[in-house]
Write a protein that binds this ligand. Structure first.
Ligand code: MG
Length: 202
């Protein structure tokens, strides 16, 4: 399986990054070795500014290529929640030097994923509230209605370039409020009031 992540899909996050709002979806990838389903995350020693990005995650349920937006809903049944961990200091260096982002985004355990996913049929896809707390204080809050490109548009766009396969995950972008984590932090992700994951930073 592969992991595809969307960048700057919420205008308020693009603003906090001092980046322009994109005219089409921006995407990058993480390898399967980035996935972390466990509840402990060991802070890597190569960054001094590891930041959380809470994101809704689409799980692809059918192989597809060149999927039209009006048919995209047939290619996923479940929505989960994850964190796109980002070594912001390394990403900044990459951006400034025109380099790829993998060192900042694709490292081991950089993709937290909820153990369970919610059925699409049980959700109002254009109004999914989600949030992240750190040590029981809310640090990020988002709603799918604020996405610049919705789930179907993302699937359609990505599949023009890359064949989507069963089990692939699409991290759909983070709302504003990204911030650094430190050893001892406890991150908890929610869709609505439902707890989706809890991760301790060690
Ligand atoms: Mg992200």
């Amino acid at each position: 399986m592969k992991i595809i992540c969307i960048g700057r899909n919420y205008a308020d996050h693009a603003k906090e990054m001092n980046s322009p709002v994109p005219k089409e979806p921006i995407f990058f990838m993480k390898p399967d070795t980035a996935l972390l389903r466990e509840s402990e995350f060991y802070l890597p020693d190569f960054t001094k500014d590891l930041q959380h990005e809470i994101e809704l995650v689409i799980k692809i349920s059918k192989v597809g290529k060149n999927i039209a937006p009006e048919f995209a809903s047939g290619y996923y049944n479940e929505i989960g929640l994850g964190i796109d961990f980002t070594a912001r200091d390394i990403q900044k260096h990459c951006k400034e030097n025109g380099l790829p982002w993998e060192k900042a985004k694709a490292f081991d355990n950089s993709a937290i994923i909820s153990a369970s996913f919610l059925q699409k049929a049980d959700l109002n896809l254009s109004n999914i509230e989600f949030s992240l707390t750190n040590n029981n204080t809310e640090v990020q809050k988002g709603n799918s209605k604020d996405m610049l490109f919705n789930f179907d548009q993302l699937i359609s766009h990505i599949s023009r370039y890359i064949t989507l396969k069963v089990g692939d995950l699409i991290y759909t972008g983070t709302p504003e409020g990204v911030a650094s984590v430190k050893i001892g932090d406890k991150l908890q992700g929610y869709i609505g009031n439902q707890s989706m994951f809890e991760v301790k930073i060690l």
